[in-house]
Ligand binder design. Structure first.
Ligand code: CTP
Length: 407
């Protein structure tokens, strides 16, 4: 079931958005609603709140009591920026009704409300259900705005034709009926159910190796890419287990096992791997750990020349690849620093005996680690392919498009 964000703008058809929210909720989706000020002159927030079981969002400056989550989900400990969190988690964003004014703002990228701001930040499928007077729909400005949105990949539904709100007027401009909008939203989600029935294991985050009870050797992996992969696989129908090493972010729709050290990650991954069809090894696993972590906190008086003896950890991925059963697909992830980074990744692919490796160049500071964007190269037996730069969510789907073909 998906997380659907509904944006209600001002128009008489706002009453039909209530029915749309009801149908989407009844279908089992988690639904959140954002309304413009104009919309609240037509219908009340209380109606949507009663139907969806979640507060309505209208002001981008007030906190979301659900902290960006959808009904039934666990809230994160951290209070995020509401309009970014709720839209980042959305699987689809439907604007219904979309008035001529709102369509113009969406086309121009104007951010003057929760609805318009979150629309601009949305990387999930966006569906627009126009509703307006026929002459406004036919106006050159509206035609140009709709064409521009479509050119950018936004699905603008055709309005219905018939009796319009103003008495005696007929023509195009009626909002598409709620079941039709829901069908368009579900089609945008279900376009790729190519992992249905597959069991996908994802590791994410970065391991921590204890130096003493309070210090560790760690790395800067936030876990964002692994979470994007896990959530994308779940959206595509897979049964997903996420082994998360020190990941502070929530992950929706997956079974999660939290770990900290490389040894814990290895144990959790090994036990889940046996029943998995695909392993996406996105975690940054330490290659070395302190050989003898101190039982007590080290103190400065220890001396001027403190040195740490390190010992190698097991290569989890290579170990699992060596003992795999037929049909299991293993994908590694490598962050390489500049130069011949694709060649180095191919070397790892061969050494570890895996099916593919996803590599990014960490010498480019605008991608990778803590950034929202990523750009990767997919290296497999079939060759190398540079995937288009995009949000981690878009990149996750592009990776899964290729992984689905390896099985
Ligand atoms: N990996 C692993 N176990 C380790 C280290 C890495 O399973 N102890 C996995 C990572 O999760 C990743 C892949 O191996 O999917 C490549 O990680 P990377 O650190 O780049 O590989 P290394 O073989 O450790 O190479 P390097 O010497 O560049 O660190």
């Amino acid at each position: 079931m998906a997380r659907i964000l509904i944006g209600v703008s001002g128009g008489i058809a706002a009453y039909k958005a209530v029915e749309f929210a009801r149908l989407a909720t009844l279908a089992g989706h988690g639904v959140r609603v954002t309304m413009t000020d104009a919309a609240s002159r037509f219908v009340g927030a209380a109606t949507f709140e009663g139907i969806t079981g979640a507060p309505v969002l209208s002001d981008e400056f007030s906190r979301d009591p659900l902290r960006g989550t959808y009904p039934g989900e666990e809230m994160p400990a951290h209070d995020p920026i509401s309009h970014l969190a709720v839209v980042e988690a959305a699987d689809a964003f439907a604007i219904a009704p979309a008035s001529a004014n709102t369509i113009a703002k969406l086309a121009a990228g104007i951010c003057d409300s929760f609805l318009t701001t979150s629309f601009l930040a949305c990387t999930a499928p966006r569906i627009v259900a126009p509703a307006m007077n026929g002459r406004m729909w036919d106006a050159a400005a509206t035609r140009a705005n709709v064409a521009l949105l479509r050119e950018r990949g936004v699905e603008v539904l055709e309005p219905g034709e018939g009796a319009l709100a103003s008495r005696g007027e007929h023509g195009p401009g009626r909002m598409p009926e709620p079941p039709e909008i829901l069908a368009a939203v579900e089609a945008s989600l279900g376009a790729r159910a190519d992992l249905a029935g597959k069991r996908v294991l994802v590791t994410a985050g970065g391991t921590r190796e204890a130096i003493d009870p309070v210090r560790f050797i760690g790395n800067r992996s936030s876990g964002r890419m692994g979470i994007a992969l896990a959530e994308a696989a779940a959206r595509r129908g897979a049964d997903v287990t996420l082994v998360a090493a020190n990941v502070a972010l929530p992950a929706a729709g997956v079974e999660r096992v939290d770990v900290s050290s490389a040894a814990e990650l290895e144990a959790a991954t090994r036990s889940a791997f046996a029943g998995s069809d695909v392993l996406l090894m996105a975690a940054a696993v330490a290659d070395f750990r302190p050989a003898a972590p101190n039982e007590h906190k080290l103190v400065r008086e220890q001396g001027d020349d403190l040195s740490l003896a390190l010992e190698p950890t097991a290569d989890v991925l290579a170990g699992l690849a060596a003992g795999r059963r037929d049909g299991q697909v293993l994908v590694g992830f490598a962050a390489e620093h500049g130069g011949e980074f694709v060649e180095r990744a191919r070397g790892k692919l061969e050494r570890k005996g895996i099916d593919a490796i996803v590599v990014n160049d960490v010498s480019d500071s605008s991608i990778g680690f803590e950034s929202g964007d990523n750009e990767v190269t997919f290296v497999s037996g079939a060759g190398e392919e540079r995937l288009p730069r995009g949000s981690k969510r878009e990149v996750a789907d592009a990776i899964l498009d290729r992984v689905a073909k390896l099985g």
